[in-house]
Design a protein around this ligand. Structure first.
Ligand SMILES: Cc1ncc(CN)c(N)n1
Length: 224
């Protein structure tokens, strides 16, 4: 008898065209071949450093909603990882580009970053633990897969090598496997309505990942 498809496998299949479109984005193509303009990467770094604080906050809220000790510890640690370890990568680039803490703090969130941050926080505060986890999953999984794809295509002597090493690296991938395992375990206990809400939350977040890169490539700011 065939194994029933897990929530994660189903979500990946449902959103495969969107993931492939994400890989095809000019930002990700140029990131891989090393031609992404420095100005675009700088803009992205600043927006992403803002994003990671909201992502970390949403993870901490999800940790507080976990119905077991394992989930509490896993997502509290993931919040710490996002705000301390992942942002360390950004600090390195900010230093290289001479972006001061004041310049960072005074740069407003772009519309796409603002939307994504507020989406994650509102789902984390307002929805159930399973739905919050489904909204957070693309932030891990899509980055890991984009990281590996970028590594496979990357030009030698890459200007953004530490970015590639972080997201293609085994540490990050092990982390993503652990998150997928928990999401599948939580989904296995969930009713049909919750599973449908989880799929909707996953797709919303996967779309916002696409928008985040697209917005960075276009250096988007508020129109007025
Ligand atoms: C927008 C975004 N999404 C996900 C990740 C990986 N945590 C990130 N750094 N930035």
């Amino acid at each position: 008898m065939n194994q029933p498809t897990s929530f994660c496998d189903q979500a990946w299949q449902n959103n495969l065209a969107l993931f492939n479109a994400t890989l095809e984005l000019p930002f990700n193509q140029a990131l891989a071949n090393g031609t992404l303009p420095r100005e675009v990467f700088q803009h992205y770094m600043i927006q992403d450093a803002h994003y990671l604080v909201a992502f970390g906050r949403a993870l901490a809220i999800a940790a507080g909603k976990a119905d077991d000790a394992q989930g509490l510890v896993q997502f509290a640690a993931a919040a710490q990882e996002a705000v301390v370890a992942e942002r360390e990568l950004h600090h390195g680039f900010m230093h290289e580009y001479a972006i001061s803490p004041e310049q960072f703090q005074s740069t407003p969130l772009s519309p796409a970053c603002h939307h994504y941050c507020h989406f994650l926080q509102s789902v984390a505060w307002g929805r159930s633990y399973p739905v919050a986890l489904a909204a957070l999953l693309p932030c891990f999984w899509i980055y890991a897969e984009v990281g590996r794809d970028t590594l496979a295509k990357a030009a030698p002597h890459h200007p953004y090598q530490s970015w590639i090493d972080t997201y293609a690296g085994e540490d990050f991938h092990a982390h993503v496997r652990a998150v997928r395992h928990t999401v599948d375990a939580v989904a296995a206990q969930a009713d049909a309505k919750t599973i449908a809400d989880m799929h909707a939350a996953y797709t919303d977040a996967a779309r916002l990942e696409w928008m985040f890169w697209d917005s960075a490539y276009q250096l988007k700011t508020w129109p007025c």
